[in-house]
Design a binder for this molecule. Structure first.
Ligand code: ZN
Length: 287
């Protein structure tokens, strides 16, 4: 397997998943926060104008307190920005109960450079250390999806049913969605965004009408901007030589299979060598 190009510099600070710092609660505090959170998300409805005001304030404060984000179409961000944003949502929408509970276990935030279809994910991990079980939580947002949206393809972008006009708004909608997953995991120990319970909370607190996004994917960008799709014959340069192959997969980069007698045998009976090529280095081949 040949790795054709080194990864481009990351636009985010990426930290591997760990356990996260614990801020333990007493059993009384724990049940207090859990009960309050349960009650709040089961009954509270936030009126639209109040919600819009709060979301705007959270967005503005995230940028104002960030060391890297400069404007709503930021090109650099960090883990700290995710944390700041989540803390403000917790404070304004969840009474501060959600992160108090999550930090009792251990809570981390992270940008992923590898997530190319999901906008975000919330992970509950059970660690087993010397026979003792420990649970921790992590919210991860996709950097590729956010950074390739509001870039060079211009079309309306909807996340959770809301039209977004910049990266910050898309980031907020994904964070809201993931925070509901976290709330459900903390209160009910399971979470599913297709369920009526999840959708009820999402609609009452955040006005979400859907549980999906249509952020620009690498496949769409490859097609629209570079005229490259899975199956397209392409050429690219490798170590100064022109190679011609077929696009087999498009994630963050394109996987291109080039016929090579020393390569791996595929089920069509040919041997191919696999190259990972950034989309901007490919051109459609005329053969
Ligand atoms: Zn979900």
């Amino acid at each position: 397997m040949a790795r054709l190009f080194r990864r481009s510099p990351t636009q985010t600070t990426v930290r591997r998943a760990g356990i996260g710092k614990q801020i333990p609660l007493s059993p009384q505090q724990f049940s207090f926060h859990r009960q309050q959170l349960h009650q709040l998300v089961s009954s509270q409805t936030i009126p639209e104008d109040q919600r819009r005001g709060l979301c705007y304030k959270i967005g503005q404060q995230t940028i104002a307190s960030s060391r890297s984000m400069k404007d709503p179409n930021f090109s650099v961000t960090s883990t700290a920005d995710l944390q700041t944003m989540a803390e403000m949502y917790d404070q304004h929408f969840l009474g501060g109960h959600c992160l108090a509970l999550a930090r009792h276990f251990g809570m981390q935030f992270r940008w992923s450079n590898r997530m190319t279809s999901n906008g975000g994910k919330t992970v509950r991990t059970v660690h087993n250390r010397r026979g003792a079980e420990r649970v921790s939580y992590e919210i991860v947002l996709s950097a590729p999806l956010l950074f390739q949206t509001f870039r060079d393809l211009h079309r309306p972008i909807r996340v959770t049913g809301s039209l977004c006009s910049n990266r910050l708004q898309a980031m907020q909608r994904i964070m809201e969605h993931e925070l509901i997953h976290l709330v459900e995991m903390l209160v009910w120990e399971n979470s599913c965004c297709a369920s009526p319970r999840f959708q009820g909370i999402a609609a009452r607190l955040f006005g979400h009408t859907e549980h999906k996004h249509d952020l620009v994917t690498q496949q769409e960008r490859a097609d629209q901007k570079f005229n490259v799709r899975v199956g397209t014959r392409v050429c690219f340069k490798y170590e100064g030589q022109l190679r011609v192959g077929t696009v087999n997969r498009i994630t963050r980069r394109a996987t291109v299979l080039v016929v090579d007698p020393t390569g791996q045998l595929y089920d069509d009976g040919n041997r191919y060598r696999k190259y990972y090529v950034p989309l901007s280095h490919l051109s459609p081949a005329r053969v």
